[in-house]
Design a protein around this ligand. Structure first.
Ligand code: ATP
Ligand code: MG
Length: 170
């Protein structure tokens, strides 16, 4: 199964982002991420046997669960990936610590992790046709992160459907 760790918004927050940020992303064209799918990925694990879930749940238990508050202040276009995403200028220290511990725990337990530097972002749209540089978002979108989640991604003909497998309040 296809698994990833993410910061997980509640439904009300996802809907508010989807509706409130429409004016920023609609002009870029592309395929918007449905409200139900908005999230912030911390580590993408890819295809793994279900027997590995227990190790991932144990790792989630062992991580710091300190409060994280994000201030999203811009919508960026990433040309190479063809996506538009919601970004904070600053990454809070509690989030840096969480991601460091998560990545270290994954390596220790023998999971594959990406080498690339972590850049917190919420993907809003894919296959955008008119990339813009960086659009300031006003008012700034403040997010008190409710939970860390281990999520299974099911690829269906209608797109990805996410199922929360484990959740840790922050
Ligand atoms: P779809 O692939 O149908 O457009 P999706 O990308 O949201 O949907 P997944 O491909 O299962 O669904 O990815 C789940 C999460 O992991 C998303 O946040 C995605 O951006 C991220 N992700 C997927 N593949 C990778 C990868 N190779 N490296 C880093 N992150 C990835
Ligand atoms: Mg994908």
């Amino acid at each position: 199964m296809r698994l990833f760790f993410a910061l997980w918004p509640d439904p009300g927050t996802r809907k508010a982002w989807h509706d409130g940020l429409a004016p920023y992303v609609m002009p870029l064209g592309g395929r918007r991420v449905p409200a139900d799918n908005l999230h912030l990925t911390l580590a993408f694990l890819g295809e793994l046997p279900g027997s590995r879930i227990n190790a991932l749940l144990a790792l989630g238990d062992d991580l710091p669960h300190d409060p994280v508050i994000l201030r999203f202040d811009r919508v960026e276009s990433w040309k190479k990936q063809g996506l538009a995403c919601l970004r904070p200028t600053d990454t809070p220290a509690a989030l840096v610590r969480l991601v460091e511990r998560l990545h270290a725990g994954l390596v220790l337990a023998g999971f594959p992790v990406e080498a690339r530097h972590f850049k917190p972002h919420v993907t809003l749209s894919r296959q955008i046709v008119i990339p813009s540089e960086s659009l300031p978002v006003w008012p700034v979108v403040e997010w008190r992160v409710p939970a860390l989640a281990l999520v299974r991604s099911e690829l269906t003909p209608d797109g990805s459907v996410y199922h929360v497998v484990g959740e840790w309040p922050l």
